[in-house]
Ligand binder design. Structure first.
Ligand SMILES: Cc1cc2nc3c(=O)[nH]c(=O)nc-3n(C[C@H](O)[C@H](O)[C@H](O)COP(=O)(O)O)c2cc1C
Length: 289
């Protein structure tokens, strides 16, 4: 990867306007090699990711996406299939985001696409089996020079983020984490804050209890799992993908900044947790940190 991961995370944005030209061969090769090498997420589910060229009908169908993210000039996609399993969507989010950061590092533009497209076309491209699902795809290509001016959604959406104090808590929910209290972890939390999320809902909440960092999904009411629109359109539970994306940003930054640790599923007992807040995973620092 070119550049440090924290720089790459800061550089990434959801690119929706691409140059109308295929991805250069050397970049295609690098990315395909990267995709072929990464296959298992932190929870152990296997996924297959592949770079495919956009056919004309994909480009046409993207035009119909409506107000949520007009995609222009798409020439490629990263498509993926993940095994069925308990934390498979988190694993998929993690692995796809790793690919997105790699692509960003070699200068390509990307945008997650969670819904509103015909999944079966993409499923065919990667021959999804009955044991697998295709939760989302990523559109990828060369960033158009006029991306900023044409894509009026980007500056507005990209700059909107909850503050650190709204997302991260110290010892109990409702007690905001401050950069001073977070110390070396402040930068890791910042990397989570800059992560992409479906409809920019930023559903990740992290609470430190003792030395452990517990990751929770704060579900958005009426959006995602169980909601009518998601059921009708058979959209995957995108907010679980968001959790995997957050894990990817946190872990990659931790490795780069020399803050060792690992993931465990060991839910703490927290009283008064609302019924829209679900535990995902905990980061346990290596001894001595
Ligand atoms: C799981 C997931 C699904 C998404 N689906 C779409 C989509 O269908 N269309 C779109 O234009 N953007 C989509 N996005 C991009 C988000 O809108 C974007 O990440 C968010 O608004 C923050 O902006 P940024 O990525 O530029 O920082 C998706 C993002 C994620 C993580």
């Amino acid at each position: 990867m070119n550049g440090s991961i924290t720089e790459v995370i800061r550089k990434r944005f959801s690119c929706r306007t691409f140059l109308d030209q295929p991805i250069k061969e050397d970049k295609q090769r690098k990315l395909s090699e990267f995709l072929a090498a990464s296959s298992t997420g932190p929870f152990g589910t296997r996924a297959r990711l592949a770079l495919v060229a956009a056919a004309e009908y994909d480009r046409q169908s993207l035009k119909g996406l409506g107000t949520y993210g007009m995609i222009r000039g798409a020439t490629g996609f990263i498509v993926g299939a993940v095994e069925q399993g308990p934390k498979n969507l988190e694993d998929f989010g993690y692995l796809m985001e790793k690919a997105i950061l790699f692509a960003t590092g070699i200068g390509l533009g990307t945008c997650w696409l969670g819904g509103g497209f015909t999944k079966s076309n993409f499923a065919k491209k990667i021959s999804v089996t009955h044991q697998e699902v295709l939760p989302a795809v990523t559109v990828i290509g060369h960033i158009a020079g006029d991306n900023l001016s044409i894509d009026r959604r980007r500056p507005r959406i990209a700059t909107q983020r909850y503050s650190m104090e709204q997302l991260f808590f110290d010892q109990k929910f409702g007690q905001p984490m401050t950069p001073e209290a977070a110390g070396v972890y402040a930068e890791l939390l910042e990397m989570v804050r800059l992560a992409p999320s479906a409809k920019n809902k930023q559903p990740w909440r992290i609470i430190r209890i003792g030395q452990r960092w517990h990751f929770y999904l704060q579900r958005t009411k009426g959006y995602g799992k169980g909601s009518l629109i998601f059921r009708l359109l058979r959209v995957a539970d995108l907010q679980r993908l968001d959790m995997g994306i957050a894990m990817c940003h946190f872990e990659m930054a931790a490795r780069e900044l020399g803050v060792p640790g690992n993931w465990v599923v060991d839910e703490p007992v927290i009283e008064g947790l609302g019924d829209t807040t679900e535990y995902t995973v905990s980061w346990i620092p290596a001894a001595g940190i």
